[in-house]
Design a protein around this ligand. Structure first.
Ligand code: ADP
Ligand code: MG
Length: 254
């Protein structure tokens, strides 16, 4: 959702600018010159078949993977500059995965404070205040003392979102955040993401939730075999695609 006017922005959002990004694993070129822009406060949904390079693209944005060519800018940082302060850059990017990777031996609250203390050097009480605020944001303030295995998958994913938000990101990357969830818990996670979008967070979201994309995305990008095949507003890409590969993909998922 565009936050240029009238939003309840609580976030200083950063934009993303990707130019001619290439990534190979051995001789397998997985990203073949991807260019993609997300303006500050925008939501872009990335769709495409399995193996098309969506996760690799997200992992390049916070340099979990190193691109072979091209440039990536995240806010003030040029991620692909060899002199970039990687830690600082990564701090401004929150990532939420399909499998939420919470620490099983830590309470919900401690899952949300540990990185704040270790990476941001916040005191325990400051980190706990930030964590509680973000657990409230995702509707889980009352479960702060539980452990991950006492929560549903959807609740665990909301904790993972609260954990990411507690690091004060300026950009959030979501990689199929609802794909591993029981259907009845998907809606609560999407509701949290919708609210985050309304608050003005910049979001790049890999998803198969076409309803979410239609409703929330400023733009939808369809990727196949390492290239962007088609992009534009959801009403074009999802409802009236022009490219045969997009049509074929949507026939299968809708
Ligand atoms: P998607 O998320 O769209 O399903 P991925 O980005 O996970 O696609 O994968 C794109 C391609 O890159 C696949 O062919 C996959 O096998 C390959 N790939 C992904 N990660 C690695 C890796 N760490 N090493 C080798 N090949 C990889
Ligand atoms: Mg993937």
């Amino acid at each position: 959702m565009n936050n240029s006017t009238g939003s309840t922005a609580t976030v200083r959002a950063a934009g993303v600018n990707i130019k001619d990004l290439r990534k190979s694993y051995g001789s397998n070129e997985v990203l073949k010159g991807i260019s993609l822009t997300v303006e500050p406060g925008q939501v872009v949904c990335l769709i495409g078949p399995s193996g098309s390079g969506k996760s690799t693209l997200l992992r390049c944005v916070n340099l979990l993977e190193h691109p072979n060519a091209g440039t990536i800018n995240v806010g003030e940082f040029e991620a692909t500059d060899p002199d970039v302060d990687l830690n600082k850059m990564r701090q401004s990017v929150g990532m939420v995965f399909q499998h939420f990777n919470l620490f099983p031996h830590l309470s919900v609250l401690d899952n949300c404070t540990i990185s704040q203390m270790k990476v941001l050097k916040r005191s325990k009480s400051e980190a706990a205040n930030v964590a509680r605020h973000n657990l409230e944001r995702v509707g889980l303030g009352h479960l702060a003392d539980r452990y991950p295995d006492q929560l549903s998958g959807g609740q665990q994913q909301r904790v993972a979102i609260a954990r990411a938000l507690s690091m004060d990101p300026k950009l959030m990357l979501f990689d199929e955040p609802t794909s591993a969830l029981d259907p009845e818990t998907v809606g609560d996670v999407l509701a949290v993401m919708r609210k985050l979008a309304q608050e003005g967070m910049t979001m790049l979201v890999v998803t198969h939730e076409m309803g979410f994309a239609r409703e929330v995305a400023d733009r939808v990008v369809f990727m196949d075999a390492g290239v962007v095949v088609e992009e534009g507003p959801a009403e074009h890409v999802i409802s009236a695609p022009t490219q045969p590969r997009t049509k074929e993909f949507l026939r299968r998922v809708l």
